[in-house]
Design a protein around this ligand. Structure first.
Ligand SMILES: Cc1cc2nc3c(=O)[nH]c(=O)nc-3n(C[C@H](O)[C@H](O)[C@H](O)COP(=O)(O)OP(=O)(O)OC[C@H]3O[C@@H](n4cnc5c(N)ncnc54)[C@H](O)[C@@H]3O)c2cc1C
Length: 232
């Protein structure tokens, strides 16, 4: 087991207003800061979600959100850092001693006959790691024995555009469960502070109304291919 901990540690003070102002600059005839701000303040709640849904996501790039994440496996953090339009600071296995490392146990394994074996192997890895470090093997080499299940800590910063892209990709039911769990918690945190920007966010299909996965689709909603070919 091991539960992911996510804390939104920093976000802009007027998140929704900043995005509305960015949109107002693009679409309204306001001449100065006061006019643009007033214009933005007058816009109804659905104004922002409509623009976001229409794909004008650059208006969200002025909002930066900083998350603290822990309890995530190295398996999942590797997927997370594939998102390049973001900034990361991750706990180093070169410098930080991993003796007594914590590990994630997937539910399928936890509910199977392999639980004991899995835990035993983790313990063996931990013991060998410790033995190697104690005998002078550098941590950067000893860590090669550490499993992908080893938990990590990160600070992750993304702008709201990147977050939207991350959420629609990783909230998909076809996405791996741990990164999906992380995305769910991050969305929950983001919605608390930016209810308008992240109002309709969900998996790609929920947000855009079709599935981009085509042949790999879960079948819940029409794929792009089906729409283009007018298949049933
Ligand atoms: C369900 C799922 C399965 C996946 N499976 C795999 C897998 O098996 N193997 C694997 O390697 N990855 C896999 N990925 C990761 C995926 O390929 C992306 O690397 C990751 O999701 C980050 O998305 P992104 O590139 O859109 O985001 P970012 O890296 O943040 O990039 C944002 C956008 O910037 C543009 N961009 C960024 N860098 C470049 C560039 N170099 N050239 C041109 N345009 C660029 C693109 O338009 C991109 O969409 C998977 C992702 C998902 C959601």
């Amino acid at each position: 087991m091991i539960y992911i901990q996510v804390k939104l540690i920093s976000y802009p003070k007027e998140t929704d207003l900043i995005a509305k102002m960015a949109a107002a600059i693009c679409y309204s005839g306001g001449h100065d800061y006061e006019e643009i701000r007033k214009e933005a303040e007058r816009k109804p709640a659905e104004y922002l979600s409509k623009i976001v849904k229409n794909g004008h996501l650059s208006i969200l790039e002025h909002n930066i959100y900083v998350f603290y994440v822990s309890g995530l496996s190295r398996v999942a953090s590797h997927q997370l850092v594939r998102k390049r339009i973001a900034s990361y600071s991750q706990q180093s296995q070169r410098y930080v001693d991993a003796k007594n490392f914590r590990a994630v146990i997937p539910e399928t394994i936890e509910n199977s006959q392999f639980t004991e074996q899995y835990s035993k192997k983790l313990e063996e890895c931990s013991n060998l790691y410790q033995e190697m470090v104690d005998s002078g093997i550098p941590k950067e080499d000893a860590r090669f024995i550490l499993p992908g299940a080893t938990t990590t800590q990160l600070i992750v910063s993304m702008n709201a555009h990147s977050l939207v892209d991350f959420f629609v990709q990783r909230l998909c039911v076809k996405s791996q469960w741990e990164i999906r769990q992380l995305a769910e918690i991050m969305l929950d945190e983001a919605q608390k502070v930016s209810p308008l920007i992240f109002k309709d966010l969900g998996a790609y299909c929920d947000f855009y109304g079709y599935c981009p996965e085509n042949d790999k689709s879960c079948g819940r909603i029409k794929t792009l291919k089906e729409i283009l070919h007018n298949d049933n």
